[in-house]
Design a protein around this ligand. Sequence first.
Ligand code: SF4
Ligand code: SF4
Ligand code: SF4
Length: 278
Amino acid sequence: MSAIVDELRKVAAGLLKSGAVKVVIGYENEAAPRPVFLENAEDAEKLVWNDRCFHNLARYLNTTEGKAAIVAKGCDVRAVAGLIREGQVKREDVVIIGVDCAAQTESGEKLGKCLVCDCHRPEIYDHLVEDENALVEPQTDPYGDVSEIEAKPVEERLGYWLGLMERCIRCYACRQVCPLCYCKECVAEQSLPKWLPRSPDGKGNLFFHVMRAHHLAGRCVDCGECERVCPVDIPIRTINRKLIRDISELYGYKAGVELDVVPPLTTFKPDDPEDAFR
Ligand code: SF4
Ligand code: SF4
Ligand code: SF4
């Protein structure tokens, strides 16, 4: 057993034994890690950690009762911070067990987000499971693919995205897995008014993706789960990161890093020079 797993289990057992939390959300099953919800200190032995713990467990935070502890990588912690910032989870109701993370892999390949990761060590935590070997430099330009598409003429860009959207089967896996897509009723499924047809089609698909991207503008933390689960390989992160980069350049804001900074797209100033805000 690695020192990381050993520490993870000790922290989890301690929190459950002392009654500090009711549940610990972590990973079990070494060969193919999956989410697990532990309520007894003896079960802390089930916890595992390796480079296939790719699920973002923040998705489950507001599904449990009582105070919860969550095993979280740097990117997951940003989603937890988003949920706290948006009042979905109270800071005092969650114990963040941050874990240093070098990279996560699927089918032996590093996930795209891990190649450009700048949060190998979580920014916010209550307990930190350290791994100095995980603190590696990003390997590629984080917005290279965004710039490449932006360099194309408008018609070509539109054709590129319409072609990809045609493939969408509207299974909504991208929405279901997203920790920050928590509306009780999604616009995509409203019937009064009915914004888009239930069956997948070109325009409806485009509407869904544009609507979703804008609902997540300034909120998406690039955890990459939406793209990972898409069964037809639509590069959803590219859309998200176009907005992440623009919001960073326009407002100097990055979602999920600080709990006390108000996100720029959720506030306004009465003297804002844009007419739209008056
Ligand atoms: S983005 Fe960073 S913290 Fe998240 S899984 Fe990849 S390496 Fe780990
Ligand atoms: S997961 Fe992929 S196929 Fe399913 S709704 Fe999202 S983009 Fe469409
Ligand atoms: S939109 Fe995708 S990358 Fe952004 S927070 Fe949701 S699941 Fe993560």
